[in-house]
Each structure stands twice: as C-alpha cells, then as structure tokens.
Design a protein around this ligand. Structure first.
Ligand code: ASP
Length: 424
C-alpha cells in the first residue's frame, strides 16, 4: 500500500509551490486567455479561509460548554484556569523580555548616521492610519474588559467576538454543570455530539489545507513580492531573531523540562497548525486545526484542549507581545528618543496587555501598537515606519502565538496527570 505523505509535508510543499507560483505570475501578468492567475489564487484562498472561519463559532462554543459542563463546577475548573492563565502570562513575559534584550543589544533604529526616522521618510497614509486607530478605540483597556461581558451572546457569536463568546460559554457551561443530573446529562450529550460533528467537519476542511495554503501564499507573493524589505531589514531581523529564540529555545524548554515531554515530537504533531497560522496570519482562523492537532496528533484530552486552546487563541500571543515591545523600542530609537528603565517597564506591561487584547486576526497586533506607543509617550505616526514589513512579521508572530498555545496545552495536560500526551 502506498503511504500518503504526512499532512505537514503536504502543506510545506504547497507553501513552497505557492511562493513559486506567486513569483511566476505576479499581479498584472495574464495568461494567454487574458486570465489573471492571481484572481484564481485569491478565489481559492478565500474559500479556504471562509471554510476555516465557518467552523470557529460552533466548534468553540460546543467545545467550551461541553468541556466546562463535563468538568463541572468545583471539580478542578478553577485549578485548570489558574494554571493555564499563569503559563500564558509567564510565556508572554519571557517573550517580551527576549525581544527587549535583543532590541537593546542590536539597536536597529540607529545606524552609523544616527536615528533613522527622518531618512525612512514618513508618508501620507500616516494620518489616516492614526485616525483609524483612534476610531477603533484600541487605546482603551478598560473597554476590553467591559466588552468581555456580552450584552447579547448571540450577537457576540454572530460578530465573531471571541472573548465575549468564550466568557458566555464558560458561564453557560457552569449553568449546565449546576443542573440536576438527568438534565445535565441531556444538555451535555447535545454539546458533546455537536462538538464531535464539528471536529469531523474540521477534519474535512483540514484535508483541503494544502490547496488553500498554496493559493493564499501564491496570492501574497504575487501581490507584494519580496520588495517589502529595504531599510527595515535590521528591525525585521531583530523581531525574527527574538521570535526564533522564543520558539526554538524557550518554548521547547518549557515542553521538555516542565512537561517532561519530547519537544521535537510535539513540534511535529502541531506542524500543520503552525503552517496554517503562518499562511493565514490568524490565530482564530487556525484554532480548529490547532485543536485537531493537539487532540488527535498530540493526544491531549478534549477536557484540556477545549478549555486551554480557545482561551489561548484569544489571550495568549507570545509573538505579538514580543513584536509590540520590539517595534515600540525600534520607533523610539528611530526618533532618537531615549527610553529610561521606567518607560521600558511601561512598554513591557502595555505590550503584554496589547497582546491579550489583540484579536486573533491579521494585523491585529499592528492596530494594538497604538496602546503601547501612547502609554510610552511615543509618536503614533511611528507606526508608518513598521508598516511595510508588517505582513511578513505577522506571519511569523502568528505562528509563535499558536505554537505557544499548544506548548501550554501539553504542559497543562501533563500536570493534570494525563499519560497519553505525545505517547504514540
Ligand atoms: N495575526 C496575529 C494573530 O492572529 C495577531 C497579530 O497581528 O499580532 O495571532
């Protein structure tokens, strides 16, 4: 019997082919029939993305309600939450400090001729961008907490407002857990079977990932090419270097030392989710695959995955946290502003909050930059400096965001006494 290539290899090949196809047929090139390949890439890519997004709300809702109602109030949920939350904060802080260290060592905002801002040339869209940021009220942290409690849970679900949806599902799960046994089991059965059905659907969407990812990557390459780099390369390299350290040193250490699990095998198990995160630039869109990989390929129980991962996709973003810090420091350096210890501390803290508040969608981290810049008293227009290479950095930070969620999931599963994790 012929063995089928493992999914992550299929996706990796699709990714490379996508880059090739994008370079071969850049935007504006037409085939003999007058047809532009980039249109086809965009069409197929958006179908795949829509397929992923289609499963998110029912999958997350069923998974959290079934998870919480199954564990039941007072039967370890508080402990699970405390553990998960602590690891999420700890990994994000380590990520930020890694970024802070590198950006202070390399100082990408300053070169032989001094701060680089003036020479990078700030252009017109800056004002629009700043206005857009203010409109979205990204600066308002209390607002984030307030929006966590939905005034209408169905509207929150319809709008894809994940934090509010998660909050409501946890409460509803607790409500189910508090029912008399017969009623509880009836409700639990419903949510559990809905969850099983949604996992099946996710599996089907996942099977199309190689085609979808090929199209997405081809589209990105065809429209922006490699021209995005230039003078920002040093800043980009600092972000990438710090992300690499976090993903290949810190997080594997967490898995192997704290979780006492094989870090390489873990990485292989979650690779399809990582590659999807890379090409979709969205933790939320990747969530169904993250859950499928952690549960079916890494062997973590549904009880842990269904609680830890949806929460992680929303609040745990190590890559974004790290990026917020490096970008703010880079902007300060580029403008020749010297940040003392106190302000750097503010940067660290707001980078953490910004990463918690950022939605798991493309460029969310860029939008949240305004919180960090405002808090540190840095010019908001500095965002223009980092705009050009943001899509590339977004791909990488989203991958790290998702990877960190999976690492915490296996560590928490282990600490809950699960023995089947990465056993096969
Ligand atoms: N795109 C990132 C994510 O979905 C968020 C960000 O822009 O940093 O995880």
């Amino acid at each position: 019997m012929r063995r089928r290539l493992d999914l992550h290899w299929q996706i990796l090949i699709a990714l490379l082919l996508g880059v090739g196809a994008g370079l071969l047929w850049p935007q504006g090139s037409a085939t003999p029939g007058g047809f532009e390949p980039v249109t086809a890439f965009a069409f197929v890519g958006s179908l795949f993305l829509r397929g992923l997004k289609m499963v998110i709300v029912p999958l997350v809702a069923a998974s959290i309600i079934a998870g919480v109602a199954g564990i039941g109030a007072g039967r370890g949920l508080g402990r699970l939450f405390a553990k998960t939350f602590s690891w999420y904060i700890a990994t994000s802080l380590i990520a930020i400090l890694t970024g802070l260290l590198l950006v202070n060592l390399v100082r990408p905002g300053v070169d032989a001729q001094g701060p680089v801002a003036a020479r990078l040339g700030l252009t017109a869209p800056v004002a629009d961008l700043a206005a857009g940021l203010e409109e979205r009220g990204a600066g308002d942290i209390i607002g984030i907490v307030q929006r966590m409690v939905p005034d209408n849970p169905l509207a929150a679900a319809a709008a894809g407002d994940m934090l509010a949806l998660i909050f409501f599902c946890i409460i509803l799960g607790l409500g189910v857990a508090a029912l008399p046994e017969e009623m509880r089991l009836r409700q639990l059965g419903f949510w559990e079977s809905l969850l099983a059905a949604m996992m099946k659907v996710t599996g089907w969407v996942m099977a199309t990932a190689p085609v979808g990812i090929f199209a997405l990557v081809a589209q990105i390459t065809a429209t922006s090419g490699f021209a995005a780099f230039g003078p920002l390369a040093r800043y980009g390299l600092v972000v990438l270097g710090a992300l690499t350290l976090h993903a290949f040193v810190t997080l594997p250490l967490l898995v192997s030392v704290v979780g006492r699990l094989p870090a390489l095998r873990h990485m292989r198990a979650v690779a399809p989710a990582l590659l999807t995160a890379f090409s979709t630039r969205s933790s939320s869109a990747t969530l169904p695959l993250t859950m499928e990989c952690v549960e079916n390929r890494a062997g973590v129980s549904n009880r842990v995955t269904s609680f830890v991962l949806p929460l992680g996709a929303t609040i745990n973003m190590d890559g974004t946290a790290l990026y917020e810090c490096v970008a703010a420091m880079f902007i300060a350096q580029a403008y020749g502003i010297d940040l003392g210890f106190g302000v750097q501390f503010v940067v660290v803290l707001t980078a953490l909050l910004a990463s918690i508040g950022a939605a798991g969608i493309p460029a969310a981290g860029l939008v949240m930059m305004s919180i960090v810049l405002e808090a540190a008293g840095l010019p908001l227009e500095g965002i223009a400096l980092i705009l050009a290479i943001d899509p590339v950095l977004d791909m990488c930070r989203t991958t790290v965001n998702v990877f960190s969620d999976t690492c915490v999931a296996v560590v928490v599963a282990r600490s809950e006494g699960e023995t089947g994790v990465l056993a096969g």
